[in-house]
Design a protein around this ligand. Structure first.
Ligand SMILES: [Mn+2]
Length: 325
């Protein structure tokens, strides 16, 4: 018999409190949701007087350092091995591959794995899987966790959770914006969440150089009307020419296009620094882009998904192809 979700929240609490030293993990190339959810959970542990470690293999990008507790996130796997956590909590990671800690986990064979997420494509890789697929964001799952265990949300927690909510709903504009998401947003504001900080740091943060790079992406849009899909691409040369080093600066292009374009599905291809091409898929239509992403070894949600394939981008007759390096 499947376990009722309320029971999953209680078990998540029990594993965290019974552990000698819990480790909290945000996924690689972190966004506001994985970090916000992890930091809010960390804040809850802190309020229980529980010593723990917060980890992200890529550290915390500058844009997210305003979140309370972000300064406590470490990226040093050796240090984590020394601490030898006996429980590992993952936030917003549909797949272990997304976390970059497979090797670290191998060094912690007895650790209990808890998987806190909202992706339908989640591989349920934990011993305990708190996967709530009707939640807009993992932040919303952590909010429900607080309700389920009867813990109030303080101001610091509220700001972290609102960051996650704003990230995954594209500031309450995309199809993840359910009545429940708005309700949680309202609850967080009444708890003192600093919406101004969230907006300043994750929305009003584009430099002229970054917007010119967005301009390159916009100028390259092509539309396949038969398939109802608009595509654009950015190469490493485009980043270099714009003088933009941070890949996160173009993270919002697919969401922006999906919000304003008169084509139901958007695919944004970007060459990464690591020799891969990343595809970001968004749709306002009926297409399940998680399935499309899964075809390329990726995953995500029905309306928002992504994948990464090795190679580089080459333009041929007005079309972009991914070719082996
Ligand atoms: Mn998420």
């Amino acid at each position: 018999m499947p376990i009722h979700v309320d029971e999953l929240y209680r078990r998540t609490r029990d594993v965290a409190l019974a552990a000698r030293h819990p480790l909290l993990v945000a996924h690689r190339r972190p966004d506001g949701d994985t970090l916000g959810a992890m930091l809010a959970f960390g804040r809850w542990l802190e309020r229980q007087g529980k010593v723990h470690t917060r980890f992200c293999v890529d550290g915390v990008p500058a844009a997210y350092r305003f979140m309370p507790g972000a300064d406590q996130v470490i990226a040093d796997q050796e240090r984590v091995k020394e601490i030898a956590p006996d429980a590992v909590f993952f936030f917003d990671a549909a797949d272990l591959k997304m976390t970059g800690v497979e090797e670290l986990l191998a060094a912690l064979p007895d650790a209990k794995i808890v998987n806190v997420d909202h992706h339908v494509t989640n591989a349920a890789f934990g011993h305990l899987n708190l996967i709530v697929t009707d939640a807009s964001s993992t932040a919303e799952v952590v909010h429900r966790f607080h309700e389920a265990v009867g813990e109030s949300v303080d101001r610091a927690t509220a700001t972290c959770l609102l960051t996650g909510l704003c990230t995954d709903t594209s500031h309450f504009s995309n199809p993840a914006t359910t009545a429940q998401a708005l309700h949680v947003g309202s609850a967080l504001l009444s708890r003192g969440a600093k919406l101004g900080d969230v907006m300043t740091h994750i929305f009003h943060n584009k430099s002229v150089a970054v917007l010119k790079l967005w301009g390159v992406a916009l100028s390259r849009l092509t539309v396949n009307r038969t398939w109802g899909i608009a595509t654009t691409a950015l190469t490493r040369a485009d980043y270099a020419e714009a003088g933009v080093g941070e890949d996160e600066s173009t993270e919002g292009i697919s969401n922006f296009l999906n919000a304003v374009l008169d084509v139901p599905t958007v695919l944004v291809l970007k060459e990464g620094k690591d020799g891969t091409v990343r595809g970001s898929l968004r749709t306002t239509g009926e297409r399940d882009v998680a399935k499309l992403a899964a075809h390329f070894g990726g995953g995500g949600h029905k309306k928002a998904a992504g994948f990464a394939v090795p190679g580089k981008l080459v333009e041929q007759d007005g079309h972009w192809r991914v070719v082996a390096v």
